[in-house]
Write a protein that binds this ligand. Structure first.
Ligand code: 6PG
Length: 254
């Protein structure tokens, strides 16, 4: 697949259409990539929006049966610092909705080892796992085939939250990030890694995000306040999949 620079906004009817559009885009990208390469790498996002997408990919034969799941490596763009069986775990959500229902080898599921008592070590270990998977040399960035992202009402994406230290990380691939509003750590891929992807797909739905989405897409650039603005692929393409409810405040651009 050629990673041409592209910035698309696709507005769909509702949450179901959002997941269906994302599933179509992902399956298309997987099959285009696998025509030329031996495997496909995708970083999953967490939260609640992607759960429907993951379930669709695993249940709907028009997607499930179109993908050679054994050739896909699953990573996470971010994770909560909770055990993998915790209700808040992004890994648990993806595993329940999809991974446990498709024939993907366990070796292809690269979850963050959040059971480790030291969150810094969780991030370091994941960075090492990413380096090994992508066979990275010193200073090199992984080129993920696809990165899925969501956007919170506060404008965060992955676990890049407003005013947190991870926003300014330029060297590390994965960091532990203290999020004051949760009084908790998150572990997140950094902006340079996310922006090096061939394809980035934002999934945003719900009217509670409409104001933030307008700021992020059409407001002035202030990534400290709206970290989703950090996402500007260096050479790949960016697709904003948004539903009508979240798009309602966007000014029409001809
Ligand atoms: C997480 C996610 C996070 C998520 C946004 C949006 O760990 O929570 O990775 O970045 O994408 O919070 O979540 P929703 O799509 O559920 O609103």
């Amino acid at each position: 697949m050629t990673c041409s620079v592209k910035f698309d906004v696709q507005i769909v009817e509702d949450a179901e259409a959002l997941s269906r559009a994302a599933a179509e885009a992902i399956v298309c990208q997987v099959n285009e990539t696998l025509e030329k390469r031996e495997f496909f790498t995708i970083a999953l996002s967490g939260g609640s929006t992607p759960r429907v997408l993951y379930a669709l990919l695993a249940k709907d034969a028009s997607f499930r049966d179109e993908v050679d799941w054994g050739k896909i490596h699953f990573l996470w763009g971010d994770e909560r610092y909770v055990p993998p069986d915790h209700p808040e775990s992004n890994y648990r959500m993806a595993n329940e909705a999809m991974l446990s229902k498709i024939p993907v080898p366990a070796a292809n599921i690269h979850r963050m080892r959040t059971e480790d008592a030291d969150v810094t070590k969780v991030a370091e270990a994941y960075e090492q796992e990413v380096r090994l998977l992508f066979k990275l040399g010193a200073g090199e960035l992984p080129r993920l085939d696809c990165v899925l992202l969501g956007m919170g009402p506060d404008g965060h994406t992955a676990s890049l939250f407003p005013g947190t230290t991870a926003l300014n990380e330029k060297e590390r691939l994965v960091v532990a990030n203290w999020v004051e509003k949760f009084r908790a750590y998150r572990i997140t891929m950094t902006a340079p890694v996310l922006n090096n992807a061939c394809s980035i797909i934002f999934l945003v739905g719900g009217e509670e995000k409409a104001e933030t989405l307008r700021e992020v897409l059409q407001g002035k650039r202030q990534p400290e306040r709206f970290p989703s603005q950090l996402i500007q692929p260096t050479h790949g393409k960016l697709l904003w999949l948004i539903d009508k409810a979240s798009a309602q405040l966007l000014k029409k651009v001809s």
